[in-house]
Structures are given as structure tokens and as C-alpha cells.
Ligand binder design. Structure first.
Ligand code: SAM
Length: 316
């Protein structure tokens, strides 16, 4: 699909370029905020799986820049935003970047160190594995990213704080809902208007972080494993026992974003400048080291009959 054609078929892709966002995902976070007011009173945030950085841009524009540019700002106590991804990201004003794997305990330690003993008010996680198209597999890998996010949450989120995480809806959605409910009394699954109906993606909006009494983050996985098992978990009223039959859970599911706003599944006519032809804009910030870059280099090298140079070998 050419860029102009994509501009036509994907209004949020076009709007993202017009408004200076690095990715159309920015609108998902903005629409979640419209519904849930997630930035209210927030001073410290962790952005997990942040590259190429449109959510970090939203955090910078909504939290950091207004505080920095306020007439009474002395440049002190500005909001703290820490962003993590496997991939490197071009800089964003007011955002501290950490390159690392969120499933690795050392990454969590680096994040915690940046908070210097303080806790975050909000943790967001838009993590997605490379999708295989095998729904069960994609859903499983996605759930592992959410659990890695939840591990970081149990170390850095303050009581009363919020956690927003991308989920893939599938057969284990009820289990995930119950696991999140162990820590958050209010969990809603939200579908922003900018997320296509054809996609199984949605977002868990978890409010008022309240870990079980006496909870030790070391016990997280043991606790989560008990949810949905026949014996269940004693200290939760939502998830004890099996999740089927009389114990079936009903998940609050909400469409969010202005309902009269743009529909991500519709094509829109392209605007012409001064009656002339339509000019497609360049991406705001192309990824600086995308995972597909090496594959392209290898393909090019093989089509030119060049032997693969050592530094391009697949396991380097
Ligand atoms: N929120 C981002 C934005 O607005 O620009 C888009 C995030 S993109 C959909 C998903 C990201 O998850 C990718 O950049 C990928 O590198 C990252 N990711 C996947 N697995 C990860 C892991 N284990 N640790 C850190 N990042 C991961």
C-alpha cells in the first residue's frame, strides 16, 4: 500500500503525521484519557514498551511541557517520565529513556532506581510482540508482556495509582481480568475509536492500585497462578473457583473516544492543498533501529549475490 493510499484508508495514520505524533497509537492513549481522565494529578509515569514514542510524546505534551512552561515554573519538580523499550528511541523532551527488556528483572531495577525511592502515579504499557497471526500464540505472548508490566507495577506504582495495558481479547480474557482485579478494584477493558474493530486489541484500564494485604512482590506469580484454579484464591471475592458456570465473570467493556469522531475502519477523502494535488507527509520520526532493518540488509545482500558479511550474521 502506498503512503497516499494508506493516508486515505487510515485517517489516524494521516492525522498522526499532521499533528506531529510518531505513531497513530497516540490517539489511543488520548481517547482513553478522554474517557478515564488518567492524567489527573499525575507527576510520575512509566511508559513500558514505548518505541517509537508516540505515547511518550503524549505524556510529554500533557504533563511535562505544561509544567515546564507554566508562568510560575522554576524548572524544579517537573513531572518524571521514564520510557522503556527493546528498541532505541529518538529523544523526546522530558522523557528519560531506558533500552531494555521489560521481562528482565534488571530492567525493572533500572526503572525503580530512576524513581529514587518515590512511586509512580501511572504505569502505561502498549507492549506488543511481533504478531504471528496465530491468535492463541499471540494472546499468550501478549499476556506475558502484561504480567511483566504487572511485576514492574508491584514495585513502582503507588497505592491508588493507575495501570493501562494493551491486551488481546481471546479465550483467556476472563482470567486476565481476574488477575488484574486482585490488585485493582476497578478494571475496565476499553476499545478506543482509533483501534480498529477488526483488531483483537483492547486496553485494560486498572484504577486505584490496592495490593492484597501483606502482599510481597516476590509472591506475584504464585498468587496469579492460583486465580482460576479449582481452589481459587481466598482473599478475593471476584475470582475464586472456576471462571465458568455460576462463577463466570462479566467484564466491563467500554468503547471510548468521541463517537462522532473519526472511524478507524472507514476511508476518508484526502484534502487537496489550494485545489492542487494531495501531498502525503513524511513520517514524523522513522524508527532509528527497526528490527526489520537487518532483514532488508540481508535480502539486499543476497539479491546482489554478496556473501553475508560477518556482522550481518543472524545470531550476532
Ligand atoms: N506505545 C508506542 C508508541 O506509541 O509509539 C508503540 C508501542 S509498539 C505497539 C510495541 C512495542 O513493544 C515495540 O516497540 C516493541 O519493541 C516493544 N516490546 C515488545 N516486547 C518488549 C519487551 N519484552 N521489552 C520491552 N519492549 C518490548
Amino acid at each position: 500500500m502506498g503512503r497516499a493510499s494508506r493516508d486515505k484508508r487510515d485517517i489516524y495514520y494521516r492525522k498522526a503525521k499532521e499533528e506531529g505524533w510518531r505513531a497513530r497509537s497516540a490517539f489511543k492513549l488520548l481517547q482513553i484519557d478522554e474517557e478515564f481522565d488518567i492524567f489527573e494529578g499525575v507527576k510520575r509515569v512509566v511508559d513500558l514498551c514505548a518505541a517509537p514514542g508516540s505515547w511518550s510524546q503524549v505524556l510529554s505534551r500533557k504533563l511535562y511541557l505544561p509544567a515546564k512552561l507554566a508562568p510560575d515554573s522554576k524548572g524544579e519538580n517537573l513531572p518524571l517520565i521514564v520510557a522503556i523499550d527493546l528498541q532505541p528511541m529518538a529523544p523526546i523532551e522530558g522523557v528519560i529513556q531506558v533500552q531494555g527488556d521489560i521481562t528482565n528483572a534488571r530492567t525493572a531495577e533500572v526503572v525503580i532506581r530512576h524513581f529514587d525511592g518515590c512511586k509512580a502515579d501511572l504505569v502505561v504499557c502498549d507492549g506488543a510482540p511481533d504478531v504471528t497471526g496465530l491468535h492463541d500464540m499471540d494472546e499468550f505472548v501478549q499476556s506475558q508482556l502484561i504480567l511483566a508490566g504487572l511485576t514492574i507495577v508491584t514495585h513502582v506504582l503507588k497505592e491508588g495509582g493507575k495501570f493501562i495495558a494493551k491486551i488481546f481479547r481471546g479465550k483467556d480474557t476472563s482470567l486476565l481480568y481476574c488477575q488484574l482485579k486482585l490488585f485493582f478494584p476497578v478494571v475496565t477493558f476499553a476499545k478506543p475509536k482509533s483501534s480498529r474493530n477488526s483488531s483483537i486489541e483492547a486496553f485494560a484500564v486498572c484504577e486505584n492500585y490496592s495490593p492484597p494485604e501483606g502482599f510481597d512482590p516476590k509472591d506475584l506469580h504464585r498468587l496469579l497462578e492460583k486465580v482460576g484454579s479449582p481452589s481459587g484464591v481466598d482473599d478475593t471475592d471476584c475470582c475464586s473457583g472456576w471462571l465458568e458456570g455460576p462463577n463466570k465473570v462479566y467484564i466491563p467493556f467500554l468503547a471510548c473516544g468521541d463517537l462522532s469522531g473519526y472511524d478507524s475502519d472507514r476511508s476518508y477523502p484526502l484534502p487537496k492543498v489550494d485545489g492542487g494535488t494531495y501531498q502525503s507527509l513524511d513520517p514524523v520520526q522513522p524508527p532509528i533501529a527497526p528490527p526489520y532493518k537487518r532483514a532488508l540488509e540481508l535480502k539486499k545482500a543476497s539479491s546482489q549475490g554478496v556473501r553475508e558479511p560477518e556482522n550481518l550474521s543472524l545470531d550476532s
